[in-house]
Design a protein around this ligand. Sequence first.
Ligand SMILES: Cc1cc2nc3c(=O)[nH]c(=O)nc-3n(C[C@H](O)[C@H](O)[C@H](O)COP(=O)(O)O)c2cc1C
Length: 136
Amino acid sequence: MLYGICYVSTLRSSLKPDELKELFVLCATKNISENISGVLLHNSGNFLQYFEGDEVKIKELYYGKIKKDIRHKNIITLFEKEIDDQYFTGYKAGFTSIIEDNQIASLRSYLNLLHYLDSSEMQALSKTVYSFLSAE
Ligand SMILES: Cc1cc2nc3c(=O)[nH]c(=O)nc-3n(C[C@H](O)[C@H](O)[C@H](O)COP(=O)(O)O)c2cc1C
């Protein structure tokens, strides 16, 4: 069964920019090797992450690692559910950590596409990501 989870959280202020970058690279590398797709965004001290893949792996990652990770706090699950498809496998290498502004433009275009092509949950996700990206 395929499963997707989306959450927001707050960065612990002690994390340095270099450490943040390292974390993003690690997430992308590990997820791609586990066939987990999605996006991880950071904006003004907040994270938004959506990730999808095998249900067991996704739940283990979220409840076993991400929720216990002390690098962030105030973790709020926006949704978690069974999904029919991995929507982000066609985007970049499958999992992207957004660091540069030009990546945001490309993500917006991809979300536009999802919004028109896919299910209502993906429309909700694309709206959530849009508002997260435009928040300051
Ligand atoms: C905001 C945030 C998002 C994360 N997302 C992922 C992720 O998508 N994949 C992943 O493997 N680790 C992610 N991590 C890191 C995990 O919590 C954990 O440190 C990492 O998986 C290494 O675990 P290990 O040392 O037990 O192998 C994230 C951490 C934070 C703070």
